[in-house]
Design a protein around this ligand. Structure first.
Ligand code: F6R
Length: 357
């Protein structure tokens, strides 16, 4: 039930710190070490390439998951949109492992890929919020999100839960290969949960941003580099689906190859600058769009902040920034939809689980 909340979406955004803590607990053993099924670890250690298959928000989580798995565990990963994979199947490696990411576990596009790769005899793991869902039953292994039911059509807490579970999956795999990561993921995820709380307590700031940048605009761009780019894609999807504002996420470096032509006087451009490694370049991109009249809204991170930044996120481990940088984007989309009188929890033309191909 949504209790005192006006919308499920707002409630589910607020649940993210708690869900993150629940996930840490759910994946800890009696010695407080992160752990997953031994069978899964064995399959991962036996694979030469992971193929992540998903749709929409879950696909965006997969893009971040690829970085987690490659950086921590050192296994090559490809991420594919399920609906395209079925007819554009890439040449597969010798020992592929398929990971299906699906909040509902019922998405028909993803299921059709699962059916296809099972016929080929390949192993599969489903990361889902729903125990006993079709994708969970039909795959060899399941990792649960423990996010509790997600009712709002726009996915929020499932996305951050997917990221947390993918980070744990990557971390446990790395440990099983004897890799030293130099940080304690339990502790880092704890910091993430605390930072999420701080963001959920700063809602007015995001309502102000929504009013100022998005109350009447026709379009909006999200830019970022590296992980920030993937979070920008998710921010754009959130804004599109619930506020009907035409929104696109772009890699900062791609702008000058075409998209910058769309920047007009006053076009809102939300820029994420949460990673030291790309900070200078993304700030260069903000200057490029500002010089063409854009209205930039920079969301940065403590330690990287500059005077013109609109919001500064609390500092978390650089690899885990997507778990917190998405929250301002979720909240900005929520308030933009409210300002524009849209039905936040049940946007037009959309269903919570897409069971047709
Ligand atoms: C966006 C959204 C959709 C879903 C997509 C996949 O907010 O909810 O893009 O992420 O339809 O759904 P699942 O994860 O259930 O397979």
């Amino acid at each position: 039930e949504k209790g005192t909340y006006p919308h499920y979406m707002l409630k589910e955004i607020d649940e993210q710190p708690l869900v993150t803590r629940k996930i840490i607990q759910a994946y800890q053993n009696d010695n407080n070490e992160l752990t997953i099924d031994a069978d899964i670890i064995q399959s991962v250690n036996d694979t030469d390439r992971i193929y992540i298959i998903a749709c929409g928000t879950s696909y965006h989580a997969g893009l971040v998951g690829k970085q987690f798995i490659e950086n921590m565990a050192g296994i090559p990963v490809e991420v594919h949109v399920a609906s395209e994979f079925s007819y554009n199947m890439p040449l597969l490696s010798e020992k592929p492992l398929f990971i299906f990411i699906s909040q509902s576990g019922e998405t028909a596009d993803s299921r059709s890929v699962l059916v296809q790769v099972k016929e080929l005899g390949h192993r599969s793991l489903t990361i889902t919020n729903v125990q006993g869902s079709t994708l969970s039953r039909e795959a060899d292994y399941t990792l649960l999100l423990h996010a509790g039911p997600e009712i709002a059509v726009a996915s929020t807490k499932a996305y951050t839960a997917q990221l947390a579970v993918l980070a744990i999956f990557a971390n446990v795999t790395a440990a099983s290969k004897g890799k030293e990561l130099g940080f304690d993921l339990v502790q880092e995820l704890g910091i993430v949960a605390t930072s999420m709380e701080a963001l959920c307590d700063s809602k007015e700031g995001f309502e102000d941003i929504a009013r100022e940048y998005l109350a009447t605009t026709r379009n909006c761009f999200f830019i970022g580099r590296s992980l920030d780019y993937y979070v920008g894609l998710e921010g754009a999807l959130k804004l599109k689906e619930i506020s009907y504002i035409q929104a696109e996420g772009f890699a900062g470096g791609e702008l000058k190859h075409g998209t910058i032509a769309l920047i007009e006087e006053g076009t809102p451009v939300v820029a994420l600058a949460t990673q030291e490694s790309v900070n200078l370049s993304i700030r260069g991109n903000v200057k490029e769009v500002a010089a063409r009249g854009a209205n930039p809204c920079i969301i940065s991170m403590k330690g990287l902040e500059e005077e013109d930044d609109r919001f500064v996120l609390p500092e978390v481990n650089e690899m885990l920034t997507p778990l917190i940088s998405v929250i301002p984007l979720q909240l900005i989309s929520y308030y933009a939809a409210l300002h524009r009188d849209c039905d936040v929890d049940k946007p037009r033309n959309l269903a919570k689980s897409v069971t047709v191909e």
